[in-house]
Design a binder for this molecule. Structure first.
Ligand SMILES: [Zn+2]
Length: 173
């Protein structure tokens, strides 16, 4: 049971901790900043965009390949989205699974939304889903490294791979 709880909840707790640090440092909404700057997608590790959503690598990944599917506009309540807007979010989650299966060959996934700060959402007003690839026996490699920053080169290298796979799958042109 303890192991089950750890597997289920740890990724979301990590988001809360790290995004609180982000907010303190930047004072804004980084998802809005990313959405507004498509010319900086490479720097921000945005893997692809759809008309209303984008898929981005988590800067503080729980495991290698941790992605987020974010709504473009600053809206936090999924019940406020139209059918087609929420459909785009769901499609993004589905396609992120396809991409990660191809790119990093996980054995499982944790997928979820944190709605509200008490549920662990670091950016409670900007809807985003987490897609965390899992392997049997994996550990949170951030904790293993003992620092909140993943080596930027490793993120960049994986980003280039994800972009290539996203192109091959037709998610991005
Ligand atoms: Zn926002």
């Amino acid at each position: 049971m303890a192991e089950f709880n750890q597997n289920l909840w740890a990724p979301w707790r990590m988001e809360y901790i790290h995004s609180m640090a982000d907010e303190a440092r930047e004072g804004g909404c980084f998802l809005c900043d990313y959405w507004a700057a498509p010319h900086r997608d490479g720097e921000h590790h945005v893997v692809w965009r759809s008309p209303c959503t984008f898929v981005v690598m988590n800067r503080f990944p729980y495991t290698n390949g941790h992605l987020m599917v974010a709504f473009g506009a600053h809206r936090g309540d999924p019940t406020e989205l139209t059918e087609s807007e929420f459909g785009e979010m769901a499609r993004g989650v589905r396609d992120a699974v396809s991409l990660l299966r191809r790119a990093v060959k996980p054995e499982g996934f944790n997928i979820g939304y944190n709605i509200g700060r008490c549920a662990g959402a670091g950016l409670p007003d900007h809807l985003h889903a987490h897609i965390v690839p899992r392997w049997s026996g994996d550990t949170n490699f951030m904790a293993v490294l003992g620092d909140v920053r993943v080596v930027p080169d490793a993120l960049d290298a994986l980003y280039q791979e994800l972009v290539a796979h996203a192109r091959a799958l037709g998610f991005r042109t």
